[in-house]
Design a protein around this ligand. Structure first.
Ligand SMILES: *[C@@H]1O[C@H](CO)[C@@H](O)[C@H](O)[C@H]1NC(C)=O
Ligand SMILES: *[C@@H]1O[C@H](CO)[C@@H](O)[C@H](O)[C@H]1NC(C)=O
Ligand SMILES: *[C@@H]1O[C@H](CO)[C@@H](O)[C@H](O)[C@H]1NC(C)=O
Ligand SMILES: *[C@@H]1O[C@H](CO)[C@@H](O)[C@H](O)[C@H]1NC(C)=O
Ligand SMILES: *[C@@H]1O[C@H](CO)[C@@H](O)[C@H](O)[C@H]1NC(C)=O
Ligand SMILES: *[C@@H]1O[C@H](CO)[C@@H](O)[C@H](O)[C@H]1NC(C)=O
Ligand SMILES: *[C@@H]1O[C@H](CO)[C@@H](O)[C@H](O)[C@H]1NC(C)=O
Ligand SMILES: *[C@@H]1O[C@H](CO)[C@@H](O)[C@H](O)[C@H]1NC(C)=O
Ligand SMILES: *[C@@H]1O[C@H](CO)[C@@H](O)[C@H](O)[C@H]1NC(C)=O
Ligand SMILES: *[C@@H]1O[C@H](CO)[C@@H](O)[C@H](O)[C@H]1NC(C)=O
Ligand SMILES: *[C@@H]1O[C@H](CO)[C@@H](O)[C@H](O)[C@H]1NC(C)=O
Ligand SMILES: *[C@@H]1O[C@H](CO)[C@@H](O)[C@H](O)[C@H]1NC(C)=O
Length: 433
């Protein structure tokens, strides 16, 4: 026991001597700290010079960023600037909203090589994204949305391998989406909607295994939706609407992307059938299914009946051919918008019985809008229509169908109904409200 203790004491003594030797062999502590402070000051001075160069290159309103000046020694206190907690580097630059910054982003921004976040969103910035941005290899968040930035997405963006959010929506970017974006494997949100992008959606996006949000809508993207997007198991928001996409909707997306809650593929040129299979978990999570203005054929898939959280179902202007949906809408408490117009949807019993369709809406307590014009439905409006429709409904469009007979007086019971369009049918009798 005694011997052990002695051994430990000797060991501690030995270590202490070693430490002493170590510190005397280099600088004293105080000097070392001073050197580090000096180094940090040099770095911050360099970064300050970069920020001032950035300010000079941009066009700002007269009273903007006054504290970005030579005599202000407090770089980390510059408006919009964030430093690392030990004040070693500028790591964040955020000048969004109403800074009214215009002009182009100058290449000098590439010298802020420690930046983790760059937010210049919602200004009036024009010009191209400088290639030098590819120097910001530590960047996690890039938000250039809501500006007038033009030109192509620079290939150097593939250098930003730590990027989690790439947000450039509402600009006028043109050219292709570089396939090398598939190298940014930490991306969570890829947001490029409302630009002027052309070409195809790169199949390489399937490498972005952590992607949650993919928004490429309102561009001029063509070709097919890559089936490989089905590899994005964590994707919950997919919007590709308002493009020139053609070909079928890849069925695998509905089976594999099990947390998909919103899918918006409207206003494209998609053909084929709506995939008829979906995973059970997917059916559970769907809230929005927008497929309007395409050339889709076939029936509404029956798995929709399992989407208990469904809020929006919009399949207007396709070539669907099915019985008016009942099991799909029945009991959908959260269903707000049901848009079926300009397809072929017949009523029950050989297009003669409208009762099951309206009866199915009874428990859809959030239902506000039903558009079912020009679908070819026949039969008479049920006499108790007014008590079948949910109380919140304010918009019912059944124009251009083959509905016969009288307009039920009970329709006056739907207190919030403000738009009801029954024109171009074969109705008769008196209007009682
Ligand atoms: C520089 O910034 C400091 C700190 O905000 C401010 O007090 C000073 O007036 C500014 N100088 C000029 C010339 O704007
Ligand atoms: C942009 O900034 C303006 C002015 O601050 C603000 O009113 C607007 O909501 C912002 N727009 C977005 C999309 O954030
Ligand atoms: C890239 O960053 C390094 C520092 O990491 C810097 O020396 C260099 O000037 C930067 N290049 C550009 C083009 O900004
Ligand atoms: C990007 O900028 C827009 C506009 O300022 C803002 O609304 C949005 O929250 C930002 N997104 C991220 C992820 O920073
Ligand atoms: C991107 O990275 C490559 C290789 O790391 C480098 O040679 C190139 O200069 C970087 N591009 C920019 C714009 O910094
Ligand atoms: C990026 O991905 C492409 C394939 O899309 C690959 O050929 C290339 O080597 C990758 N580039 C980098 C810098 O990792
Ligand atoms: C978008 O691209 C088209 C051609 O591809 C061009 O005619 C149009 O002017 C562009 N729009 C903008 C805002 O750049
Ligand atoms: C669906 O997911 C499985 C497992 O993640 C994967 O092996 C398969 O390739 C995916 N299917 C498609 C079409 O991407
Ligand atoms: C839609 O695709 C078909 C071929 O599948 C093509 O003939 C047609 O021109 C396309 N329509 C539009 C508006 O792009
Ligand atoms: C709906 O869900 C039930 C129970 O989870 C399941 O048995 C059935 O196969 C599902 N129907 C469709 C069409 O997916
Ligand atoms: C009807 O509309 C009013 C006012 O817009 C709203 O407060 C109410 O919640 C709606 N629903 C019912 C059932 O009255
Ligand atoms: C309305 O039309 C039906 C046939 O569709 C007919 O039986 C009925 O008598 C008509 N009613 C009136 C009031 O014209």
């Amino acid at each position: 026991m005694m011997r052990v203790r002695t051994a430990i004491l000797l060991l501690l003594l030995h270590l202490a001597v070693l430490c002493l030797l170590e510190s005397t062999s280099s600088m004293p502590d105080g000097q070392q700290a001073a050197a580090a402070r000096h180094r940090r000051r040099q770095v911050l001075l360099r970064e300050k010079a970069t920020l001032l160069a950035l300010k000079r290159a941009l066009t700002l309103p007269p009273a903007a960023l006054l504290d970005w000046n030579e005599s202000n020694g407090h770089v980390c206190g510059f408006t919009g600037v964030t430093c690392h907690w030990r004040r070693e580097h500028v790591v964040g630059l955020a000048l969004p909203n109403n800074m009214r910054i215009s002009g182009a982003i100058p290449p000098v921004v590439g010298e802020l090589s420690r930046l983790r976040s760059l937010d210049l969103s919602n200004n009036s910035i024009s010009g191209a994204i400088p290639s030098a941005l590819g120097n910001l290899s530590r960047l996690r968040n890039l938000n250039l949305s809501v500006n007038s930035i033009s030109g192509a997405i620079p290939p150097s963006i593939t250098n930003l391998t730590r990027l989690q959010n790439l947000i450039v929506y509402k600009n006028v970017l043109s050219g292709d989406i570089p396939p090398s974006i598939g190298n940014l494997t930490r991306l969570y949100e890829l947001d490029m909607w409302s630009n002027n992008l052309t070409g195809r959606i790169p199949a390489e996006l399937s490498n972005l295994r952590g992607l949650g949000v993919l928004q490429l809508d309102n561009n001029q993207l063509g070709g097919a939706i890559p089936p490989s997007l089905a590899m994005l198991a964590g994707m919950f928001y997919l919007s590709l609407k308002h493009n020139d996409l053609s070909g079928p909707i890849p069925a695998a997306i509905f089976v594999n992307c099990t947390v998909l809650g919103v899918i918006d593929l409207g206003n494209n040129n998609l053909s084929g059938e709506i995939p008829s299979a979906a995973s059970g978990t997917l059916a559970y999570s769907f809230a929005v299914l927008n497929l309007y203005f395409n050339r889709l054929t076939g029936k509404l898939p029956r798995w929709l009946a399992n989407c208990t959280d469904l809020m929006v179902l919009d399949v207007e202007n396709n070539r669907l051919d099915d019985e008016l949906p009942t099991s799909i809408i029945s009991g959908k408490k959260y269903l707000m918008y049901l848009h079926l117009s300009n397809n072929n949807f017949w009523s029950h019993d050989n297009n003669s019985n409208l009762e099951p369709f309206f009866a199915a809406m009874f428990n859809c307590s959030w239902l506000q809008e039903v558009e079912a014009g020009a679908v070819g439905m026949g039969g008479q409006l049920p006499g108790r229509l007014g008590s079948m429709l949910p109380r919140n409904m304010w918009h019912l469009n059944l124009e251009l169908n083959a509905i016969r007979g009288p307009i039920p007086a009970s329709i006056g019971d739907i207190i919030n109904m403000t738009v009801i369009n029954l024109s171009s049918n074969q109705l008769n009798g008196t209007i009682l409200f």
